[in-house]
Design a protein around this ligand. Structure first.
Ligand SMILES: [Zn+2]
Length: 124
């Protein structure tokens, strides 16, 4: 087994995924544009989409992260303004998060999904 095919630790795999790096080798430049991920790692040639429908996991991660952020902001600002919670301004302020958050998090969700898959779900 060469260094290119060795499986890094789960923590390192996830750390690389959070930074939009290849979870296996840590190489960058996995995106040609914000929404266009290369099919294979340019360094270790790991093929990212293992099967049709593979990216549903990335969509789930993206949805969960943005939903959690929405909930945290809602709870924190509600708690700060009790008993007169400004619901309409609060929800209006959350609209940009819900609209732009998934777009901003898109590439991270994809590399994080590959990292989670490699760290916990697959042993390839
Ligand atoms: Zn790689």
């Amino acid at each position: 087994m060469t260094n290119r095919t060795m499986q890094p630790s789960r923590a390192l795999t996830l750390w690389r995924g959070l930074r939009r790096k290849c979870p296996r080798c840590g190489a960058g430049k996995l995106f040609r544009r914000w929404f266009h991920m290369v099919p294979d790692c340019p360094s270790c040639h790991l093929h990212f989409e293992r099967e049709p429908g593979y990216w549903v996991g990335a969509v789930a991660i993206n949805t969960m992260v943005i939903g959690i952020l929405f909930t945290i902001l809602l709870v924190v600002f509600s708690a700060m303004t009790v008993p007169d919670i400004p619901w309409v301004p609060l929800l209006m302020a959350e609209i940009p998060l819900m609209g732009l958050g998934p777009i901003a998090f898109y590439p991270y969700s994809k590399t994080l999904w590959v990292a989670l898959d490699r760290a916990f779900l697959s042993h390839l």
